[in-house]
Design a protein around this ligand. Structure first.
Ligand code: UDP
Length: 405
């Protein structure tokens, strides 16, 4: 075994959150050492949920709580149904046929058979594995953590899902606006980033340049970048249009970097529709390269996240952490990160995005001021230490309630 394997420990957050907070978290974790926790979701990479779970599961282990992370497997049919469900939860239409529900329920059942969950704390993420709860005898609390935008979920789908959701001891949503009519408790946890991961750690100018050169990204003009799964809700098309309007006034290079999650079957189609628009100054890259994400978020003059629906938008916090000036869609969780005109801009149309892009590209000082405030915002609100503490508080309280029943 190679020497030097190490996990990020909560102590390492001390410089960022102070020793008092670190000690408080350690104490809370110590009180929960008998727990055996498992997180379950449907993809190991390619989206904010996987990003959070890969760090959070390790941080929980380093805090002394045995924590697993499992992924459910599914056929393309299954992920096509769950993607439709995801879209419908974000307000789209769905034709909820018996065939679709059979695929959904059968595949979840098969996963329940394969996974032998005897943990005393189970956290199920998002709708894909939601019905697993039907197939187990519980050995402790089960929590449903939903990362999807839920401002206006499709009613028919919600009516089908809510009796399953109510089997859980509690549900967690990203923001209060996503609160639903449920008989069970609802909590609100804003997501968070790991400042020590390859994606977010410091990089030297040479390392940044090396990554950009590797992908032949020219740096003679300012860079504008959006880093997102290829997904229509992220509005990459709108970003290209805003860029085209803005460049009539200020020249820059646009980079759309994206990936396709294993549970996101529409990604290929979105990517194919975009590559037709490639030009010298419109660079579209489909590649999972974590260091490139970091490099772009650090080097870009402006980061865009022009989503039209967004549960939270972890890429926004990631870019803000690096002191980037971010233009974000005025939707969902992005609103909780960007304070318009203070630490970034919120936009509601292509024209507004173009206008803000011009303003930022022309004004380096404004970019720097906003970027600095953006970093402060993340330090205060969006570090993984805060999310860990919220989970610990929840585990402590649901465990007590469960045992008292
Ligand atoms: N991401 C990445 N490579 C890409 C595009 C996205 O690593 O090419 C990461 C991004 O850095 C972030 C996550 O995927 O960590 C996206 O999370 P977000 O909450 O923004 O959106 P989601 O994909 O979950 O809807």
């Amino acid at each position: 075994m190679r020497d030097g394997h190490r996990l990020v420990k909560i102590d390492e957050y001390e410089n960022l959150i102070g020793s008092e907070a670190v000690e408080r978290i350690i104490k809370k974790a110590d009180a929960l050492k008998d727990l055996h926790v498992v997180h379950i979701n449907s993809t190991y990479y390619g989206g904010g949920v996987a990003e959070i779970l890969s760090s959070m599961s390790l941080l929980m282990n380093s805090a002394g709580i045995k924590t697993g992370w499992r992924i459910i497997q599914g056929s393309p049919d299954f992920f096509s149904v769950t993607k439709k469900m995801h879209n419908a939860l974000q307000g789209g239409e769905i034709n909820l046929t018996k065939r679709k529900l059979d695929i959904y329920e059968d595949v979840v059942y098969e996963n329940a058979v394969r996974n032998h969950l005897d943990h005393n704390m189970v956290v199920i993420h998002d709708p894909q594995p939601l019905p697993m709860i039907r197939h187990y005898k519980k050995h402790g609390p089960w929590i449903w953590r939903c990362h999807v935008e839920l401002t206006n979920p499709n009613r028919e789908l919600w009516n089908y899902l809510s009796p399953i959701i109510e089997k859980y001891d509690a549900s967690i949503f990203s923001i209060r606006e996503y609160m639903q009519k449920l008989k069970t408790p609802q909590l609100f946890f804003l997501p968070a980033i790991n400042p020590f991961s390859i994606k977010n750690q410091e990089m030297s100018e040479e390392e940044i340049q090396e990554r950009l050169d590797h992908y032949h990204i020219p740096t003679d003009l300012p860079l504008v970048a959006q880093i997102s799964r290829f997904d229509r809700w992220k509005d990459p098309e709108g970003v290209i249009q805003a860029f085209k309007i803005a460049r009539k006034e200020v020249d820059s290079t646009l980079v759309l970097l994206g990936n396709i999650a294993t549970d996101g079957p529409e990604g290929e189609k979105v990517y194919d529709s975009l590559i037709k628009q490639r030009e010298d100054r419109i660079i579209i890259i489909s590649r999972q390269d974590t260091a490139l994400v970091n490099a772009l978020q650090r080097r870009a003059a402006v980061i865009m996240q022009k989503s039209i629906r967004e549960g939270f938008g972890l890429t926004v916090a990631e870019a803000m952490w690096k002191g980037a000036a971010v233009i974000g869609g005025n939707v969902g969780g992005i609103r909780y990160q960007i304070e318009d005109g203070v630490n970034g801009f919120l936009v509601s149309s292509i024209e507004e995005a173009a206008e803000r892009l011009v303003t930022l590209l022309k004004d380096r000082k404004l970019r720097e001021e906003m970027g600095q405030k953006a970093r402060e915002t993340v330090k205060e609100k969006f570090l993984m230490s805060r999310l860990l503490e919220q989970y610990l508080d929840l585990f402590g309280s649901v465990e007590t309630i469960y045992l008292l029943r």
